[in-house]
Design a protein around this ligand. Sequence first.
Ligand code: COA
Ligand code: AMP
Length: 634
Amino acid sequence: MSAGDYRREYESSLTDPEGFWLRAADAVQWTARPTRALDDERAPLYRWFPDGRLNACANALDRHVAAGHGERTALIYDSAVLGRTETYSYRRLLDEVSRFAGVLRDQGVEYGDRVILYLPMIPQAVIAMLACARIGAVHSVVFGGFAPRELASRVQDAAPAVIVTASGGVEPRRRVEYLPAVDEALRLSGHRVRSVIVAERDGFAHGRAEFDGAADGEPWLSWDDLMATATPVEPVPVAATDPLYILYTSGTTGSPKGVVRDTGGACVALTWSMANIYDVGPGQVMWTASDVGWVVGHSYIVYGPLLAGATTVLYEGKPVGTPDAGAFWRVVADHGVEVLFTAPTALRAIRKADPDASLLADHDVSSLRTLFAAGERLDTDTYRWAAEHLKVPVVDHWWQTETGWAICANPRGLEPLPIKAGSPTVPVPGYDIAIVDGAGEPLPAGMEGNIAIRLPLPPGTLTTLWGSDERFVSSYLSAFPGFYATGDSGYRDEDGYVFVMGRTDDVINVAGHRLSTGAIEQVVGSHPAVAECAVIGVADVLKGQRANAYVVLKSGVSADPEELQRQLVALVRTEIGPVADFRTAVVVDALPKTRSGKILRKTMRQIADGEDYVVPSTIEDPDVLDAIRPALRP
Ligand code: COA
Ligand code: AMP
């Protein structure tokens, strides 16, 4: 790499995308090499590598074993909650994945079928994902912190043939029983699966015996029993354009969007990113401290590192409390982690518990080369703290579930660029970014506006929403014709560095977890005492944002505010899940609105966060805003 490499590559990706991505595709193993990169016949819906065929699992595992690297470590499972570590070589992982692929086959799962995975951070999660890819089935992982109703909506939408789960997850303060949640989700969804496969974990009350034959007769089968007699299967070549997975994410409405990732695009883009963004190659150790239920986990716990022939760490634990704020440093030292990727909220949690990073002294973290952060903006205080204590480059990079990999980053492998605190650096090759006003007109450097990406998006990004091209187009491609609307706002400085400042819609980010205020509003509004409500994301020093609800009671109804808050908190926990971490519901007399009846959520949020704001000229009754101000900013 040399100075100017980034600029050259970036320009080549935009002026000659065909050549650029076909060259990048050479790093992937194909059963039929693509002769074309882009298919734009159905624009604005695009497909990458339309005549290519490959298998993602074969690229992640078989090819490394075939190349003689079977004994190299593929996966290190480190459970801080159980105090256990287990290592999988590429050969062992391939063996288990091939056999679990055989299990899925035996359960009638075929090419194109969906499989829902509701699993904690255990090796079976990785094995099940890769096994689906091996037989051309489409996995959809659902994060364990979601409640049964959220799981049910995903089951309904994806209509899986089989669900793979575990008997439970281990959280620092409690054990989470998964089987009752799956049972309830199946009942709520009304969908019938062929079977539920359960990875049984020690110490859970709800073992298989209790559930065998439950849920109207679907068999509940033991992972271990099935694996004991499983026959390994070979990888099935699929079209590059076939879906590798569906991952549901929060949109602006209550119903989650099923982001569809294609196989060829994901393999090419992730392989490119491992070398050019993360600078991680074969045999090197990358640890992404996220969860397989999130996109970051899909891309950089599972597929990215394994495609690159690297070693990935699967960490079951938290940044603090398992057992202390030195947990991350312990994992880095124990496994020789070279590249660590985490969310800023995790760094803030560590900093809060150990402000001087004194626990670093207990661990040898000299293997660490780079710390990457994403999931929310890396605030400058946290950036400085991490850079000062770790003494390695701390690299913010910006992306979304939809894009599957970074839109803006510091391409450490291609050409390390100077870091500017508060900026995820520059657009990644393939992403042609524009900052536009509400009418889609470009804004000059320094002015904040909507961040849009000129179509086509590069390989590895979403190709559509599951089951609905129309929703894909209306959600992302209609606001600015010819562009994908990211839903984020920001600006570019004179040097071309991008600064991402926040969302322009109702999506909020609580501890790196993406939530919809609209979905929380729906739940709060369903309480019998509530006439209407507004949920806004307010700034939180630890979690980035927090969802607060402001509720108006039905006329004639009186409720003790504390008791109502307790009930609403319980309701959100049951309906959405503990991950929403919803705690505050305040009763107010009225909500500020425009004359056309739109609640002034943005103004409410600005008041709550102590920001400057302009009262919209369309406000219906300024007195209502005055009255609610003390509740917003006590
Ligand atoms: N299964 C079941 N429950 C889960 C869960 C899971 N996989 N993950 C979280 N929860 C629960 C927690 O147990 C907790 O429940 P409680 O209210 O009963 O205690 C609740 O959801 C909130 O959990 P969490 O968000 O982990 O908050 P916390 O206060 O316990 O910890 C942090 C705060 C910052 C340490 C933690 O949020 C964290 O590690 N965040 C990083 C997230 C991340 O990496 N995101 C990836 C984006 S790239
Ligand atoms: P998710 O789909 O859960 O990955 O969330 C994506 C959203 O998180 C983005 O649209 C941004 O709002 C926010 N986000 C993620 N990474 C960053 C970052 N590095 N800087 C600013 N915002 C970010």
